[in-house]
Design a protein around this ligand. Sequence first.
Ligand SMILES: [Zn+2]
Length: 226
Amino acid sequence: MLLNPEQVALIGQVFESYVLEHHKNDILNILQEPEEDAHYPVVVNAMTLFEANMEVGEYFNAFPSEVLAVFDNALHRAAVSASQSLPQQKDCKIKQNLHARISGLPVCPELTRDRIPRSRDVGHFLSVTGTVIRTSAAKVLEFERDYMCGKCRHVFSERADFEQFYSFAPPTRCPSEDGCASYKFTCLGGGASSPAACRDYQEIKIQEQAQRLSVGSIPLCSPEVQ
Ligand SMILES: [Zn+2]
């Protein structure tokens, strides 16, 4: 985590009150949906959010994946507090999988691209304009597995490797703080037969739009992106 606890608290508070002010109806609608384990998006306009608090905008641009996780937690707290405002007889269920989806990024060179992003853009949150030329079927992706150390019985999770097409490499060392030198690990549940931690996954292939490029440039196709 690159953000300190005060920054996390600030971002969480700002986002929680922002969504309660601007997206309370979206949240109330989600609370009345029947499916408890489904994933629900709340689409938040970046420009309006960053105008409400510029500092949050700066943190978001610098540490997007950390900040998105803070947003999702704040969304959950906002949902709990919104549910308390509903009359008792309303059938409402708190959902475990609420996600802030940030749209409408400000048009500036750091955040928007007309060309396929390069390797130096890895880890940045960007808006890319292009034509979708192929989409794969939506799939379920297993992204995390739990392992137990055979020696000290320490339990830890490993993430699927994005750069290896979301495959799992067996753990090579025990992350226990006791300096355990074990090299034997048992996979706890999960695995191909009954994956435990999954998310939706779809590959989309996009092509740059020729009319947006300078004369003489050739539109490139992206490799498939998630
Ligand atoms: Zn161990």
